[in-house]
Design a protein around this ligand. Structure first.
Ligand SMILES: CN(C)C(=N)NCCC[C@H](N)C(=O)O
Length: 288
């Protein structure tokens, strides 16, 4: 099993994460809180109350987890294609896999990375939703002092299963959209690259950006449900499952609720995934 795809996935994921985390924090707050009138209002209030650091809350954990998540995603994707087509990453330019094989490999990688991502994503969302200003005398302390305290609190209050709160919604969010993610990337690369050649850096950037934006647009409704399931039991009511969360969210806030964060998800996804794919291709090309 080639290891370089896992390592390239790790490094490229970390590069994309740092670039995109502030967008992600604003998105999570828009999806789970009603305190903001929109993106600008959320950005202004977050900056005023919490300074720039407020946008990077909950990032320390994903920096570690992205090492696992993105390397699982790209590593499983590439090795599933190896199993389906008996071709390595380098050979696939000359013998391109079918889009069905790309979709299957992408869904496989998406499902398995979601299994690894669930506890890390839960902690990220819980920390991102702490809107208390940085520790000031007199201000109420936030519920969680940091990622480790968050994990310990969830484990103590809800048991080990509590760390997988929202996991089913996360798997549903990531599996089909990640199949589409890789199909979009491959299709756009092939449209603008002569047969048998490697795509140019510009092609990789554009194809990776559109792959990220397309997949996140499709994933946003379940991204909202996932975030709400993860916050349930704290400020929001408990849900009896994904379907209950979908029905009650629609009943209380209308169908528009499923598109909360769509704009920022799409805007964030383009640069993050453009950089992720460029880093990934560059690393594999330099190690070939
Ligand atoms: C629709 N989804 C969940 C995805 N496209 N995920 C894969 C891209 C992950 C990347 N690190 C990012 O945060 O955009």
């Amino acid at each position: 099993m080639p290891v370089e795809e896992f390592v390239a996935g790790w490094i490229s994921g970390a590069v994309g994460l740092v670039l995109g985390h502030p967008f992600d924090t604003v998105k999570v707050r828009l999806q789970t809180q009603t305190a903001y009138r929109g993106i600008v209002d959320c950005v202004v209030k977050t900056y005023r109350h919490e300074s720039l650091l407020g946008f990077f809350k909950g990032m320390s954990f994903p920096i570690v987890s992205i090492a696992v998540v993105n390397s699982v995603l790209f590593g499983v994707y590439s090795n599933t294609l190896l199993a389906l087509t008996a071709t390595s990453h380098q050979e696939r330019r000359a013998q391109p896999p079918s889009y069905t094989q790309v979709f299957i490999a992408g869904c496989t990688g998406g499902f398995l990375q979601a299994c690894c991502l669930a506890p890390f994503d839960l902690v990220k969302v819980r920390l991102q939703n702490q809107t208390e200003p940085r520790a000031q005398l007199g201000s109420p302390p936030p519920r969680y002092r940091g990622p480790v305290h968050c994990v310990a609190s969830i484990f103590r209050e809800e048991g080990p299963r509590g760390l997988f709160r929202g996991a089913w919604a996360l798997m549903l969010r990531d599996t089909p959209p990640l199949g589409l993610y890789f199909v979009t990337y491959e299709w756009l690369c092939r449209q603008s690259t002569p047969d048998g050649q490697n795509p140019s850096s510009a092609t990789v950037l554009v194809a990776g950006g559109f792959a990220g934006t397309t997949s996140w647009m499709i994933a946003t409704p379940l991204d909202v449900i996932k975030s709400r399931m993860q916050m349930a039991g704290l400020k929001q009511r408990e849900y009896r499952g994904v379907l209950d969360c979908i029905v009650s969210s629609a009943r209380q806030e209308g169908l528009g609720v499923f598109f909360r964060g769509l704009t920022i998800n799409s805007a964030r996804a383009f640069p993050v995934n453009a950089v992720t794919f460029l880093s990934y291709e560059y690393l594999l090309h330099s190690w070939a």
